[in-house]
Design a protein around this ligand. Structure first.
Ligand SMILES: Nc1ncnc2c1ncn2[C@@H]1O[C@H](COP(=O)(O)OP(=O)(O)OP(=O)(O)O)[C@@H](O)[C@H]1O
Ligand SMILES: [Mg+2]
Length: 149
């Protein structure tokens, strides 16, 4: 488990950028934590690290947003999912979630992953954001069965 203390939104984005390098910009990141903890802020750090210039907004009303990027000369897609409003696993299956995670070149970030625990792949990267002492501080805990070097 990797634990980081973030002291600002920028710190959170920097941690995201650091992780993207470690995981070679592929796989599924499951981001959990209470409302306003910084999940979307983390997603912004991911997008920035990938060279995505389009602003990342919370896809609460869209469920799934895609952002193309190029990594090591390959064209790929960053998939940002926000499952806050999801009522059943069926809704997530309906957007082709299984096909999405079957492609090892995809990068996926899921906010509110507890809605679909049973669908998450074995090598999920779990990221837990929590509030800390100071209003601007967050604890970021990263764990996975996949090795993060
Ligand atoms: N250290 C920090 N890391 C991340 N965000 C921070 C930090 N300190 C303050 N903030 C603020 O907290 C808010 C985090 O909002 P954000 O939308 O990223 O949360 P969220 O976890 O995605 O919430 P939701 O559950 O509503 O989707 C932002 O307004 C951000 O500026
Ligand atoms: Mg959010």
């Amino acid at each position: 488990m990797i634990v980081r203390l973030s002291k600002s939104p920028e710190d959170t984005r920097d941690t995201a950028a650091w992780l993207i390098e470690k995981i070679d910009a592929r796989g599924l990141m499951a981001l959990s934590g209470p409302l306003g903890a910084g999940k979307t802020e983390f997603a912004r750090g991911v997008a920035h690290a990938l060279g995505i210039r389009k602003p990342v907004t919370s896809p609460t009303f869209t469920l799934h947003k895609t952002y193309p990027y190029t990594w090591e000369g390959q064209r790929r897609i960053f998939n940002h999912l926000d499952l806050y409003r999801v009522q059943s696993v069926k809704e997530v299956r309906a957007i082709g979630f299984k096909e999405l995670i079957a492609d090892p070149e995809h990068l996926i970030l899921v906010e509110w992953p507890e809605k679909i625990r049973g669908l998450l792949p074995y090598f999920t990267i779990n990221i837990r954001l929590s509030y800390d002492k100071n209003p601007k501080e967050r604890k970021i805990k990263i764990s996975s069965r996949r090795s993060i070097r």
